[in-house]
Write a protein that binds this ligand. Structure first.
Ligand code: GDP
Length: 444
């Protein structure tokens, strides 16, 4: 699910990489591509419109972050907006103050309600609750037996009407189910209701009658993510006909575009609580808007990296280093500080592994090891403060002393010092060209 959307968004955002500055035209072009990607994934038009408007406004606004480059900033904005349409914070089930908590499931036939009842029961049981399933889907042949089977698999009890009494009254079963739960000390009741193939009056009325009889603490609208644009209209019909407090997305393991399911929260204003991604009872979990957004963005852990960069970024230190850049005054001490700031973010292999496309770079990654950085740090630490501040003074005999003290070869010390001078010279030239820094004279 969301693979195509994910691929599209990833490539749109990757096109931004390497750009030093984004013009309004760049942002407009990116926004257009994102818009197409969302529409092709079946995300509802009003949702797309608002999403794009926010992204554009924020990307063009002065949301300048010192820690991130322009491409990273756009990725961050898109990610945050995506989390926004998915509901923001993770929403947990709200439990009644006086048990039992009543959870009613509503949705079309085939949306996965009965399966969900089992999944939810098992999920809650693992958390120490004692759920009771109540079979109020008396319409679909075998629905009661099916609920009993999933209940057994989940290891919970099921309350069902006695067989052989005709169709029976679902409202009456619901009421008796609640009584049974109170009596047998179940702290949660999950009420499975009947669905139809399409939305109809009778279905809505029955669901509304059950709702009135059991006064649910949560009514969960169960929607099959594979049904495309119909997801939105079905959600609206259930919102108006029965009302619900939360959404459960099912069949996220399918290969449909799924964007409609992403619109449900924005269109109905109700949060997505759970997601199902398979037929087994274990294929189910709490829905986390942030995790889903980063999965859709297909950014690996790029987003984590962005967050860590922001956290590890030390404004003072960076300003000091930037001011020194153009003057040619950058020292090995600054170099060490920068290196330590990067290292704060974790092992370098992990950092690189978080970058998109890193999967294909495994071989190169294997060569970038922390040991190399450790050695560089050891060399700089083996220098006296005076040497770090003025690397020019590091002559031949000092180089042998440093090499010996830090357990490396003289060649490695030479390499480091030479590279440092080259880098400093290059930065100074760049600073001169782009007009930042003080433009002092090169010191080598
Ligand atoms: P109900 O009519 O709403 O009670 O729907 P069911 O629970 O009977 O589910 C309808 C079909 O969808 C069944 O074959 C389930 O096994 C299947 N199903 C339910 N949830 C999922 C899911 O998350 N992924 C997949 N692939 N199938 C599911």
């Amino acid at each position: 699910m969301f693979d195509t959307l994910s691929d599209r968004l990833t490539s749109v955002l990757q096109n931004l990489r390497g750009k030093g500055k984004l013009t309004d035209a760049d942002i407009d072009a990116t926004a257009r591509e994102i818009r197409i990607a969302l529409l092709e994934a079946d995300v509802a038009l009003p949702v797309v419109r608002e999403f794009i408007a926010h992204v554009k406004e924020r990307a063009k606004g002065a949301e300048v972050s010192e820690a991130l480059n322009p491409a990273q900033q756009v990725i961050k904005i898109v990610n945050e907006e995506l989390i926004g349409i998915l509901g923001g914070e993770t929403r947990r089930l709200s439990l009644a103050k006086t048990p039992p908590t009543v959870i009613m499931l509503a949705g079309l036939q085939g949306s996965g309600k009965t399966t969900l009842a089992g999944k939810l029961a098992m999920f809650l049981k693992k958390q120490g609750h004692a759920p009771l399933l109540v079979a109020c889907d008396l319409q679909r042949p075998n629905a009661v037996t099916q609920l009993q089977v999933v209940g057994e698999r989940a290891g919970v009890q099921t309350f069902a009407p006695e067989p052989g009494n005709g169709v029976g009254d679902p409202v009456d079963v619901a009421r008796r189910g609640i009584d049974e739960a109170k009596h047998a000390q179940h702290d949660i009741v999950i009420v499975d209701t009947a669905g139809r193939l399409g939305v109809d009056e009778e279905l809505m009325k029955q669901a509304a009658d059950i709702r009135d009889a059991v006064q649910p603490d949560e009514t969960l609208f169960v929607v099959d993510a594979m049904i495309g644009q119909d997801a939105v209209s079905t959600a609206e019909a259930f919102r108006d006909g029965v009302g619900f407090t939360g959404v459960v997305l099912t069949k996220l393991d399918g290969d449909a575009r799924g964007g409609a399911a992403l619109s449900v929260r924005e269109v109905t204003g109700q949060p997505i609580l759970f997601a199902s991604n398979g037929e087994k009872l274990e294929d189910f979990d709490t829905f986390h808007p942030d995790r889903m957004a980063s999965r859709i963005l297909g950014m690996g852990d790029m987003l984590t990296l962005i967050e860590q960069a922001e956290q590890a970024f030390d404004q003072d230190q960076a300003e000091k280093a930037a001011a020194k850049l153009g003057t040619g005054q950058l020292t090995l001490e600054d170099f060490l500080e920068q290196m330590l700031a990067v290292r704060k973010m974790g092992p370098i292999g992990n950092l690189l592994g978080m970058l998109p496309g890193a999967g294909q770079m495994k071989d190169q990654l294997a060569n970038v090891d922390d040991k190399h950085l450790d050695r560089l740090q050891a060399i700089i630490r083996g220098m006296t403060p005076a040497e770090r501040a003025d690397p020019k003074m590091i002559n031949g005999s000092r180089r042998s002393r440093i090499a010996q003290g830090s357990g490396v070869s003289v060649r490695e010390v030479n390499d480091l010092v030479n590279r440092f001078f080259e880098a400093r010279k290059m930065m100074q030239q760049m600073a001169g060209r782009f007009g930042f820094g003080g433009g002092g004279s090169a010191t080598k």
